[in-house]
Design a protein around this ligand. Sequence first.
Ligand code: ZN
Length: 201
Amino acid sequence: MSELCAICGERVGERVCPALGGKRICSVCCGKNRLKTLHCPPDCPYLLAAERNLRERRARELSKGWALLVSYLRQAGKGHLLPYLEVLREALARGLHELDATDTEVAAALDYCARKLSPIELLERPPSPLGKALEEAFLPLVRSGKLDGEVVREAMRTLAEFVEHFSRGDDERRFVRGLLGLYPPPPKEKPGLILRPGSPP
Ligand SMILES: [Zn+2]
């Protein structure tokens, strides 16, 4: 007879749970309690698979939302923002490979940079790490004249609004997950998943 789930005691425990010292639980209880009542280790294969699936789903949603944004901007005569938005979202993805952030924090970081580029606005608060990273990526390009500061600012505001709009729902990282689904972190960011020569087993 198969072992029953250590949580519900009803269904078959088909998953070995590292948070419960290797006890077996069912997939329903795994999904329900993951990172809530269970202290899942970051390398749990079920946790990693769930995050990967969620990112893929969010990436599909983000692609749809992005296509709507693109056609809206073209119709509104703001097609010149599009290449800037592409550069911005790639820069954001690179930042998010290093720094964890929620959608609210992403929008705030964009808003911070847009203000920083403004000749008149004064900033009361210091930036978040992501805001600082964006600032360091874009300010030199604007100051040296490689990018048009006015257009970068408008693109940052547009993207911040898009993130706020897209983020509606119960996932506070809907945009972040979608972006990481479209621009996955390079393999070196995931120690343990890929063994390189010379790395410890
Ligand atoms: Zn169960």
